[in-house]
Design a protein around this ligand. Structure first.
Ligand code: NAD
Length: 272
């Protein structure tokens, strides 16, 4: 098995990386950062997001394993003090995996005849810096509304607990191959109207934004942002590609949501 270790720059993550590297060498794993079968990330969800984009062209051959050096993350199942168990799991690997849907973002810029494509694990947002963002929103090719406000966020099911949740979006189980649109600061009054609710879009539908003129829109894809180009159209679809995680242990999705946002400590419970 060929393994890559992808750690963030924090001292703690670098120390865990060094320890893990030694264990892999002792057990004769092949360390291969270019063509790995398994990518072990060390850090948090942000590190996993960076690793995902680093290995974006190899998603069919790569499975990810997330080790967290801080709080339990949404993509990181292993604590840094559990790396011995992780090494044992990797040694008895039976190629089991769990996969999640991704978001395909296809952008037509005014300055290029070719569409540019991006892949998001969490979400993509469109915002405008200098003025109200105005964009027509189409669902399945049909005009749905003209949006005015700060921006819009289109998220994957696993991204539904990230930015989308801060915007009042629903938490979506990742077995559902759907996309969600959430508004960022929409303007609603007697003149301008949007739905003002998050929307969950069916698997075969696609979402299109056709923004008004201006080159000060900001397009984000997970942690990346793209500025200063006039956007004619953005199309969002559930991608045919998926992300695969090695399934040595599996935290039940709603348990993970509970752990992250509510807490499971008994002292948090009050008698009814
Ligand atoms: P980061 O590492 O500081 O991440 C920000 C926070 O988002 C962290 O606490 C991380 O654990 C959490 N997070 C990331 N993915 C998550 C997921 N799928 N479910 C639940 N929590 C998740 O910053 P970064 O590395 O640049 O991460 C980029 C992400 O930050 C974006 O994809 C976006 O989802 C999130 N973000 C959130 C807000 C917000 O909530 N207002 C604003 C901007 C970006």
């Amino acid at each position: 098995m060929k393994i890559a270790i992808f750690a963030n720059k924090r001292a703690k993550s670098q120390a865990v990386k060094k320890k893990l590297y030694q264990k892999f060498v002792e057990r004769h794993f092949v360390i291969d950062d270019k063509e790995p079968d398994v990518v072990v990330t060390i850090g948090g969800d942000g590190t996993l997001l960076s690793a995902f984009h680093h290995y974006e062209d190899k998603l069919e051959q790569v499975r990810f394993v997330g080790v967290h050096t801080g709080h339990l993350g949404f993509y990181t199942d292993w604590r840094d003090d559990e790396i011995d168990d992780l090494v044992i799991s990797l040694q008895s690997d039976n190629r089991q995996s769990i996969s999640y849907p991704l978001l395909e973002v296809s952008v037509k810029y005014a300055d290029s005849p070719r569409r540019e494509r991006y892949l998001a694990l969490n979400e993509s947002t469109l915002k405008r810096n200098s003025a109200t963002m105005v964009t027509d929103v189409y669902i399945g090719g049909e005009l749905f509304e003209r949006f005015r406000g700060d921006g819009l966020c289109v998220s994957t099911p696993t991204g539904s607990t990230a930015y989308n949740k801060s915007l009042g979006g629903a938490v979506v189980h990742p077995n559902l191959e759907v996309l969600q649109i959430a508004e960022i600061g929409s303007i609603n009054n007697r003149v301008f109207r949007t739905l003002s609710s998050p929307m969950i879009v069916a698997p075969n539908d696609w979402i299109t934004f056709r923004p008004g003129k201006g080159s000060d829109f900001v397009l984000t894809v997970d942690s990346e942002s793209y500025h200063n180009r006039q956007i004619c159209e953005i199309q969002y679809k559930v991608s045919k590609k998926r992300i695969y995680f090695a399934k040595y242990r599996h935290t039940h999705f709603w348990r993970r949501v509970q752990d992250a946002f509510i807490g499971t400590e008994d002292e948090n419970r009050m008698d009814l």
